[in-house]
Design a binder for this molecule. Structure first.
Ligand code: AMP
Length: 176
């Protein structure tokens, strides 16, 4: 947690995309082979014994480590995407963001009841986008759901963590 190399490499962009938002730019973590290795190894250590069969990544920053982790865990990778992108039949969920409103979709045949699912995204702020993905995954009634973020914002009264069922394990690599 809060690895100094990750903290040093993470870029903060004030007032992006709107005034008042301190945007945590994970592209500077993805750009660094050292940071990629640290993040992937930390994630693997958390989830290696959990029997994860599917990693769900949220578009688009959740795809990067989500897919890499799925390979390392020997799990499948599922994309949660913006509307109109997935080609087959989908389930949809609309949610409020820290700045605006959005909808995400998942393929109707993405998950089954035997799956142990890890949902991954880059950052937890209000929890709205992860809650939408969580609601989608719950519709499949999988054996278990885990949640992970690279970054969790806990300052400025963010309470994203409280959006989920109490027995759902949530892990984050960096906390602000
Ligand atoms: P939320 O649904 O409020 O938890 O917002 C999380 C999603 O919005 C993540 O997918 C992030 O990519 C993006 N996001 C929200 N706030 C920030 C922020 N301060 N810095 C970087 N990304 C953010």
């Amino acid at each position: 947690m809060n690895n100094p190399t990750l903290l040093k490499n993470l870029r903060n962009i004030p007032n992006f995309p709107i005034p008042g938002i301190q945007f945590k730019d994970v592209t500077t973590l993805f750009k660094s082979p050292k940071c990629m290795k640290i993040m992937l190894n930390e994630l693997y250590e958390i989830y290696k014994d959990k029997g994860i069969t599917k990693v769900v990544g949220i578009e688009s920053r959740g795809f990067v480590l989500g897919a890499a982790l799925a390979v390392k865990l020997g799990a499948g990778f599922i994309m949660c995407r913006k509307p109109g992108k997935l080609p087959a039949e989908t389930l949809q969920e609309t949610y409020m963001k820290e700045y605006g409103k959005d909808t995400i979709e998942i393929h109707q045949d993405a998950i089954n009841e035997k799956d142990v699912v890890l949902i991954h995204d880059d950052l937890l702020a209000t929890g709205g986008s992860m809650k939408a993905a969580y609601n989608l995954v719950k519709k499949f009634d999988p054996a278990k759901i885990y949640i992970n973020f690279i970054i969790e914002l806990t300052s400025e009264g963010q309470t994203g963590r409280n959006m989920f069922d109490k027995d759902t394990e949530i892990s984050t690599l960096i906390k602000f």
